[in-house]
Design a protein around this ligand. Structure first.
Ligand code: OGA
Ligand code: MN
Length: 294
């Protein structure tokens, strides 16, 4: 008997739903291996019918690797240092901040951005609040041969907040600002360490330029790639149901939140991030912007 059932969520192989696994219970090494293989194949896994405390959710995240601890203390959930929270918040009367409310991938300004991010429902609004994902392998594969040649070997500069971002980042606390790393330098085209496929690595809110290019043509190129990569044909759109845990690959998909529900309702999810292997990123990028421009 198989330990779980898995069903693809789209015809293009982005996202799969898993039933029959209780993540609140210990998961053995064989199942860990299988789930990681599914993750490398589908990029977004949707585990249904879960009921986890913050600590159990953190343990479930570890199926996919060690967790990143959250240094932005203001968004930490109480009770567990690795679990933080996504919640619609009123920042001024009638003005709401929706974290992740435009296409992005998490923490790409870091020298070693996370392998994955996962969310688990705590409270959902009565409608809306979907999360969209686009498959950056498919986006790469369907570029023209000429575009593939143009971007091969190019490296982008990922700042905390790009001068060209479509969405303002939240203001950093003094503590967070102190530990902010210098901008991350990452290739536009990367090879996925687990599935071997090439993918586009983009982030509209953070890419601030391309090494060795003038800003005008660099950003025109980046914007052309973003417009291409965010087409609906590459998308899986997740409609949240209570009990979902969704984990996505921060390398091979971009994602965005939707603030299209009644802001008087609460949308609250626990969130964890899984570390990636720093050696992989160091080999591909440059240590810092200064090293790159020297
Ligand atoms: C995130 C994020 C999307 C959402 O947690 O990094 O972008 O739909 N969340 O809440
Ligand atoms: Mn995000």
């Amino acid at each position: 008997m198989s330990d779980y059932t898995i069903s693809p969520m789209t015809t293009h192989g982005t996202g799969a739903e898993i039933r029959g696994v209780d993540l609140a219970k210990p998961i053995d090494a064989v199942l860990i291996k299988k789930l990681n293989a599914e993750f490398a194949k589908y990029h977004v896994l949707v585990f249904r019918d879960q009921k986890m405390s913050a600590a159990q959710f953190a343990a479930a995240g570890e199926i996919f690797g060690p967790l990143l601890s959250q240094h932005h203390k203001d968004v930490r959930a109480t009770g567990h240092p690795e679990v933080f929270e996504i919640r619609n918040t009123e920042v001024a009367p009638g003005e709401y901040r929706i974290s992740g409310g435009s296409w992005h991938t998490d923490h790409s300004n870091h020298p070693c951005p996370p392998r994955a991010t996962a969310l688990h429902t705590v409270t959902l609004p009565s409608y809306g609040g979907d999360t969209q994902f686009v498959n950056m392998h498919l986006a790469y594969d369907e570029l023209t041969a000429d575009m593939k040649r143009r971007i091969e070997g190019l490296k982008a500069i990922h700042a905390w907040e790009s001068r060209y971002t479509p969405r303002k980042m939240r203001k950093l606390s003094e503590d967070s600002a102190k530990v902010l790393p210098p901008p991350g330098i990452h290739p536009l085209v990367r090879v996925h360490p687990e599935n071997g496929g090439k993918f586009l690595y983009l982030n509209p809110v953070r890419i601030d330029g391309i090494i060795g290019m003038e800003d005008g043509p660099a950003m025109a190129l980046v914007n052309e790639l973003i417009a291409h990569a965010t087409q609906q044909k590459y998308e899986y759109r997740h409609k949240w149901v209570m009990g979902d845990m969704v984990i996505w690959d921060d390398r091979s998909v971009m994602h965005q939140a939707n603030g299209d529900y009644d802001m008087k309702e609460v949308r609250y999810l626990y969130r964890i991030m899984v570390q990636d292997n720093p050696a992989l990123w160091a080999a591909e990028g440059e240590k810092t912007w200064h090293a790159a421009s020297a």
